[in-house]
Design a protein around this ligand. Structure first.
Ligand code: NAD
Ligand code: DAU
Length: 349
């Protein structure tokens, strides 16, 4: 798919949070698909950001990394090149369990940061502001599939902060005329996902002969979307979405957490009798997420990667890239990169 869009006049985008999981897939794919495109990646390099995620594009003359926080107006201003035509905001605190312990960083990045970016969008007169949001803003889907018109009913500090970010985006559309788009992606998996999340946590534990911790009865239902499909969906909405609209990016692969655990146990050659343990449930844990993807399908986007293929390739990626995740699991990661590349951050910023 080529990146066809109404942004042809300027192929210069500000992407935020591009050293995280989905943002790094997005940048890699966007640069590969559009040879004219230039991207500045503004990322604070929190615990979840990782320079290794974009090792293969960091030397491209069409890519520039700037270290900075989206809630800092000066950092955002410094990252915006003249003629920038789109802002795509991936930057977020993204882990529900962390938000249950301390919601403050979530408010700072997922709410204040969004407002700072929207102000910068006005100053730079961008043609598109795309807010990457999540199916979690709908809260529990008791029956059926939720559409973009369904009410938002977030049930944890992370999803509440994402819903508030969306509310700000709509406020700036109404009151200030910012040309906004919102995507709501479902649970995403694939290479480069930080191993605090269910799938990489299970895989890396199983590689190490440890068990997988399932919250409660494990019968919670999630809908899984490969990170490359998620990235292509965002590109598609950026190019073809109708300004002011939200688009569900559904994976079409609903299954229980217990089923995920069993698939991964099988893929890693471990038995549920020895390597599966039920642990205390997450407080206020949503039972089921389910969205209709019809609106994004009508734009011409559909996920391409079959779940079986995507999941087994993901297992293989973690088996072949132990260096990537072992550093994280040892907890030395941020310090390591600061030591190795601290000077280069400053040079490139
Ligand atoms: P991630 O946690 O892997 O990466 C987040 C990135 O944002 C990191 O590189 C981090 O350094 C950066 N960041 C955090 N705070 C920042 C700040 N204040 N300023 C600048 N950079 C900052 O996240 P992810 O899983 O790739 O999610 C990306 C986006 O997609 C988020 O907005 C998330 O809400 C959304 N989303 C994620 C999923 C999923 O399953 N992972 C599904 C749907 C939507
Ligand atoms: O649905 C989209 C959301 O998916 C994104 O908005 C979030 O950024 C992303 O983190 C993810 O949120 P979840 O809470 O669904 O992801 P997580 O991998 O933490 O959990 C997936 C499911 O697995 C959830 O029902 C909780 C359960 N779980 C998770 C962990 C970490 C377990 O049973 N055991 C675990 O150890």
């Amino acid at each position: 798919m080529s990146v066809e869009h109404g942004l042809a006049a300027s192929r210069r985008w500000l992407v935020t949070g591009g050293l995280g999981f989905i943002g790094s897939h997005f940048i890699r794919i966007a640069l590969a698909e559009d040879p004219e495109l230039e991207i500045v990646n503004l990322d604070a390099l929190t615990y979840a950001g990782n320079l290794m995620n974009l090792r293969d594009v960091e030397c491209s003359s069409r890519y520039r990394f700037v270290r900075g926080d989206i809630s800092d107006p000066a950092a955002v201003k410094a990252a915006i090149d003249p003629g920038v035509s789109a802002i795509v905001n991936f930057a977020a605190e993204s882990h529900v369990d962390r938000s249950l312990i301390d919601a403050e960083p979530f408010k700072k990045t997922n709410v204040t940061g969004v407002r700072v970016l929207l102000e910068a969008a006005i100053a730079a007169r961008v043609a598109r502001f795309l807010q990457v949001s999540t199916d979690e803003v709908y809260g529990d889907a008791v029956t059926g599939e939720l559409s973009e018109e369904s009410p938002l009913s977030p049930s944890n500090p992370y999803s509440a902060s994402k819903a508030e970010g969306e509310a700000l985006v709509q406020e700036y559309r109404r009151d200030r005329g910012v040309p906004v788009l919102v995507t709501r992606g479902s649970n995403t998996y694939g290479p480069y996902q930080y191993p605090e999340k269910l799938i990489p946590l299970c895989i890396t534990n199983l590689i190490d002969n440890e068990s997988v911790p399932l919250y409660g009865d494990g019968m919670q239902v999630r809908d899984w979307l490969h990170a490359e499909d998620h990235a292509r969906g965002i590109l598609h909405v950026l190019g073809s979405g109708v300004s002011g609209n939200a688009y569900n990016l559904a994976g079409g692969n609903s299954c229980t957490n217990l089923e995920i655990a069993h698939r991964l146990l099988g893929a890693c050659g471990r038995s549920p009798l020895t390597h599966l343990r039920h642990v205390s449930d997450r407080p206020n844990h949503d039972r089921r997420y389910a969205m209709s993807g019809a609106k994004a399908h009508a734009l011409g986007w559909r996920p391409r990667i079959p779940f079986d293929t995507g999941l087994s390739e993901t297992v293989e990626w973690y088996k072949s890239n132990e260096e990537w995740w072992r550093r994280i699991k040892r907890g030395e990661f941020t310090a390591y990169w600061e030591r190795q590349y601290g000077a280069r951050f400053e040079e490139r910023a």
